[in-house]
Design a binder for this molecule. Structure first.
Ligand code: ASP
Length: 332
């Protein structure tokens, strides 16, 4: 981070109100940690003596491991919470669980929960007890997934300018987001960050997964930057990037799709369909992927077209940046 950037935000709960300066601070700090991660010794003492508690009330592979590794690379002590083996099974509330970790000395609490708003509620309750604590939302229901939005942003910006990834390099780019947009917190966080960068976001999904009302907030906040499609082709046409999203069957309360096969036939991203896009197009997916449904299996594994592995790699550097910025704000 440059000497001029001072991080003020106490918690990272959503990207909806992130400023361009905050995005750039994250991108720049991430680039420094990417350099650290390319060294032989990948650990720095930036958060030595601090405690990062990782409270995941919902399953996760990438995000949980990535936060844990990020905290370790910064030399923080980590505490891990798994609901199945915790006192939640004895009736303890989520807030009391969070307070227990605070009482143990947690400086940063990373929270994932299946209900929107839980990280914000925890932030309010814990701040009253200790104004120095920071809460980081690692995905809350269908609300937001800020660290995923930021790692996607970093992946795109550093592809366009490796040395100096910054918000403005995405200006005017066309990005298609395809899939289960209705249930996706990743889509919501990305909509805020990509439109803040001045990109044009084209959403494509069947009407059941993309109700017309969905984008009203974004359309009002970022006029002309969000376009809805119920057919795939117009979204892909001349796109610079395509982001496929998982069909979140665990959040679908009704039958919203005829069949996965039919979904793939109409909305699946394949090599052939990418011919509609810009010649240099790249594909992203936040994972986990339903292979052969949202994206064809061969495309997913093709490093010339797929950024999926880079997204996972960048996830660690981005989360190091977020923990670092929060962990050092009390020293400013
Ligand atoms: N891993 C992402 C999330 O937690 C995307 C997904 O689950 O499909 O929201």
């Amino acid at each position: 981070m440059t000497e001029t950037t001072v991080w003020k935000r106490p918690h990272i709960l959503a990207l909806a109100d992130f400023s361009p300066a905050e995005y750039d601070a994250v991108l720049q700090t991430t680039a420094s940690f990417r350099e650290v991660l390319s060294r032989r010794t990948k650990r720095v003492p930036a958060l030595q003596g601090q405690v990062v508690a990782i409270l995941f009330f919902e399953p996760s592979t990438r995000t949980r491991s990535s936060f844990e590794l990020a905290a370790k690379r910064l030399s923080a002590d980590t505490l891990n919470f798994a609901p199945g083996t915790s006192s939640l099974t004895k009736g303890e509330t989520i807030l009391d669980t969070a307070k227990t970790y605070l009482a143990m000395g947690a400086d940063i609490v990373v929270v994932r929960h299946q209900a929107a708003g839980v990280p914000a509620t925890i932030a309010r309750a814990l701040t009253k007890l200790n104004p120095k604590v920071s809460i980081l939302n690692a995905g809350d229901g269908q609300h937001e997934h800020p660290s995923q939005g930021l790692l996607d942003l970093f992946t795109l910006c550093s592809l366009l300018d490796w040395e100096s990834p910054r918000l403005e390099v995405l200006k005017g780019k066309k990005i298609a987001i395809v899939g289960d947009i209705l249930h996706s917190r990743v889509a919501r966080s990305n909509l805020w960050s990509l439109t803040a960068a001045g990109a044009e976001v084209h959403l494509a999904a069947p009407p059941t997964l993309l109700p017309t009302l969905f984008a009203e907030t974004f359309k009002e906040a970022r006029p002309g930057k969000v376009v809805l499609h119920h057919e795939l082709a117009p979204a892909l046409e001349d796109a610079d990037f395509v982001m496929a999203l998982r069909l979140q069957q665990e959040r679908m309360t009704q039958n919203l799709l005829p069949s996965l096969r039919e979904y793939h036939q109409r909305y699946g991203i394949t090599r052939d369909r990418l011919k509609l896009c810009q010649p240099e197009v790249k594909v992203l997916h936040p994972g986990p992927v339903n292979r052969g449904v949202e994206i064809s299996s061969d495309l997913m594994d093709d490093p010339r077209l797929s950024l999926i592995a880079q997204q996972v790699t960048n996830g660690v550097a981005v989360r190091m940046a977020l923990l670092y910025l929060l962990g050092n704000r009390n020293n400013e």
